[in-house]
Design a protein around this ligand. Structure first.
Ligand code: G4P
Length: 526
């Protein structure tokens, strides 16, 4: 009974956006409404800005900040909200993808001036993979933005999801008056304020009430009536079930920096965003309400102090109740061990945790036994699925610069890869090691951290590679033949899985045509 109640009151979600759309600002306002912070400006921006020369201090600082702000738990009304932060910088997209595997839903922030941007599209593809329910928040209505209908069309087209506005803006930019909530039938009048959090919603069941003119003037009242009629005519009624299936995204308008539209967003969010759901392991579907504890690691964060190799492994609880001090089973290592030290993240504070429930994220202090994707359970063997690696986009060969420090280099590389900083591919032929990343910044981070934390020096040599494709076949003989014939292009990933390193798109297509029995995959989970 207790377990069911705890699950029902949890909402675990992430905010995603293209950089600068307002993710950090919205995060902060949500915490403000949840009473988790008292003043605006308390959440440090967790974004790495590119400088002409990379600023190492900045990266180090960000690593520190991102532990503090990786997970923010707070209570709003009687709901326990777990907000997972995702790095906005595209070079850290892989980290964002993994974080999204640990959430039950997503709020997507879109800048009303810029519309749907490239990073938003990429993130949406990841949400699609798991049919994650998405709520859109169109931000910066205090600026002269694009026409709301255009924005909605663009979301439908570029993000390939149906939309259903649940609020509607009354003008925009300098003449922005506020929003009308189509969901609660109330009028919210805009007053620019960076710190005020009480909202003056006015119930307005009948938009034909002449009082509307008094609030927003004749012209805007007429426009609003017309818009609401059109919206209700064009878009089908909001269907919560379709939202939960990831087919329809409810849309809200507001201005995060002015605390405007945030409360309606939050109120609707707690009302219909999903509580923790069932999840799939290699063996079966696990329900959150099951008694046995289980969870998986989706993020590992290295300690800031290079003298201590402690790391924090972030685990998402999927079923049962986690209790500190109990022995849990590490599926990959086939070993039980006692967890005596676990951390919960409440707002910006870290605190020791005695127990945790499905949907919660806890941090475990780790000295090297955890890898991203690991499952902990009470004895059951199935690993949780859905934490794939994606084919990287940039590949470079690792060149050891100090033969005396080969061991340190290997150790450092392995540990950084376990943290998920990048992916390492070891060629079957010879000893060539290749690091693959989504962005260029990681190479600098790796080089810097190898030197500082492991005393190893290396260089990276650019390689002309198009994709790393995980390969499989139902016909083992054919797979062996393929590996033999292409042995110079075959490598192994961190889990020893076979990978074909394709040099160009054209060549890959040719190879695919020539070897129809071989399946080529762009993610490690298939
Ligand atoms: P991000 O995390 O998605 O990258 O975006 P962030 O919240 O840092 O916001 C990016 C910029 O947009 C910030 O300005 C922020 O103040 C501004 N912003 C956020 N919400 C609104 C809004 O509703 N209206 C307007 N007009 N601006 C908004 P900045 O100049 O980059 O930083 P700052 O000096 O203001 O902090």
């Amino acid at each position: 009974m207790e377990l069911k109640k705890e699950i029902a009151k949890r909402r675990t979600f992430g905010i995603i956006s293209h950089p600068d759309a307002g993710k950090t600002t919205l995060t902060e306002k949500l915490l403000l409404f949840g009473g988790a912070i008292q003043t605006a400006g308390a959440v440090k921006s967790n974004k790495i800005k590119m400088h002409a020369r990379s600023d190492w201090m900045e990266i180090e600082k960000q690593r520190g900040i991102s532990v503090a702000t990786s997970v923010m738990g707070f209570n709003y009304r009687d709901v326990k909200i777990n907000l997972l932060d995702t790095p906005g910088h595209q070079d850290f997209a892989e980290d964002t993808y993994r974080t999204l595997t640990a959430v039950d839903s997503v709020i997507m922030v879109i800048d009303c001036v810029k519309g749907v941007e490239i990073q938003t599209e990429k993130l949406m593809e990841v949400c699609r993979m798991r049919n994650t329910p998405v709520i859109c928040f169109i931000n910066k209505l205090d600026r002269e933005g694009r026409d709301p209908y255009d924005l909605l069309d663009e979301i439908e087209e570029k993000l390939n999801i149906q939309v259903r506005p649940l609020s509607w803006p009354i003008s925009m930019g300098k003449t922005f008056k506020g929003v009308y909530s189509l969901y609660n039938k109330s009028l919210h009048l805009f007053q620019p304020s960076k710190s005020k959090i009480e909202d003056t919603g006015i119930e307005f069941n009948d938009l034909n009430d002449p009082a509307l003119e008094e609030h927003i003037g004749e012209r805007d009242a007429a426009q609003l009536r017309e818009d609401v009629e059109l919206v209700d005519g064009v878009y089908p009624e909001f269907d919560v079930e379709a939202y939960l299936r990831g087919e329809v995204a409810p849309v809200f308008f507001g201005s995060a920096v002015n605390n405007f539209g945030v409360r309606e967003l939050l109120d609707c969010f707690i009302e219909f965003a999903p509580a923790p759901k069932s999840r799939e392991t290699e063996e079966r579907i696990v329900e959150p309400t099951e008694d046995g504890f289980s969870g998986f690691i989706f993020k590992i964060h290295a300690n800031m102090d290079p003298n201590h190799r402690n790391r924090i492994a972030f685990i998402r609880v999927c079923s049962g109740k986690f209790e500190r001090g109990k022995n849990y089973y590490h599926v990959r290592l086939d070993k039980k061990f006692r967890i005596s030290n676990a951390t919960a993240f409440m707002a910006q504070e870290k605190e020791n945790v005695e127990e945790a429930f499905p949907g919660d994220i806890i941090g475990l202090y780790d000295t090297g036994t955890m890898k991203i994707g690991d499952t902990l359970s009470e004895g059951e063997k199935g690993m949780y699925k859905g934490i794939p690696s994606f084919s990287p986009e940039i590949f470079k060969e690792v060149i050891n610069k100090d033969a005396m420090k080969t061991k340190q280099l290997d150790k450092g590389l392995n540990q950084l890869m376990e943290e998920g900083v990048a992916q390492l591919f070891s060629y079957e032929l010879g000893t060539k090691k290749v690091v693959g990343t989504v962005g260029a910044l990681q190479f600098e981070v790796i080089q810097h951290r190898l030197k500082n934390e492991y005393g190893a020096s290396c260089e990276f040599m650019p390689m002309n590679l198009y994709k790393a494709c995980w390969i499989s076949s139902t016909n083992q003989k054919k797979l062996n033949e393929f590996v033999e014939s292409k042995y110079r292009h075959i490598a192994r990933d961190k889990d020893d899985k076979l990978v074909f390193m394709a040099e160009s798109r054209a060549w890959l297509t040719m190879v695919q045509d020539n070897f129809p029995e071989i399946d080529f995959h762009f993610t490690s989970e298939f």
